[in-house]
Design a protein around this ligand. Structure first.
Ligand code: ZN
Length: 177
């Protein structure tokens, strides 16, 4: 078993007071966190006019820890997100298929054939539009559009999730409580 990572308070002790923890020597993520905390503390000290409260640094560190935990919780949801994304893709395929089936059934596509003779369309333009509109399977179209939009939303979140795992591989392996 690997030693647990430093807590927010230990990180702060290490960065601010120079406290040493044996775990840090062998843990790159913790070294990184201590270095980041040191930078933060230095930056806060270098602000001459800043009358910052004493507990600002630990508060910011705690907030960043919370971010880290939130990220790892998100990473843990990758399998569910993958399943949900795959499911919306299947639903979208079915509904788009259904939409094209309805187009064919309603004879909407015949109206598109008329585009080959534009003089006919311009002569009867309003009739053409009305008839086209009547044959359009609007409900099927709405359903298919909704499904496609869901796929886009889910796929975006999924890509974001997978990318976040690639950017923080070390922590995902060790931070699971
Ligand atoms: Zn560590």
């Amino acid at each position: 078993m690997q030693e647990p990572h430093l807590s927010a308070i230990e990180i702060e002790q290490s960065a601010e007071e120079g406290a040493t923890f044996s775990h840090v020597a062998t843990c790159a993520p913790c070294q990184h966190r201590v270095a980041r905390a040191k930078k933060l503390i230095t930056a806060l000290r270098d602000q001459p006019r800043a009358d910052t409260p004493n507990d600002l640094a630990p508060r910011i560190i705690a907030a960043s820890e919370l971010m880290t935990r939130w990220r790892s919780a998100r990473r843990a949801s990758i399998p569910e997100m993958t399943a949900a994304t795959a499911f919306t893709v299947l639903v979208a395929i079915a509904l788009v298929w259904n939409f094209f089936g309805a187009l064919e059934q309603n004879g909407t596509l015949d109206f598109f054939d008329l585009l080959a003779s534009p003089e006919l369309i311009t002569a009867y333009f309003s009739d053409y539009l009305l008839a086209l509109f009547e044959t359009l399977p609007l409900v099927e179209f709405a359903l298919a559009s909704l499904a496609v939009m869901s796929v886009i939303v889910f796929a975006r979140q999924w890509i974001e999730l997978v990318e976040s795992r690639i950017s923080f591989p070390a922590r995902s392996a060790t931070r699971r409580n």
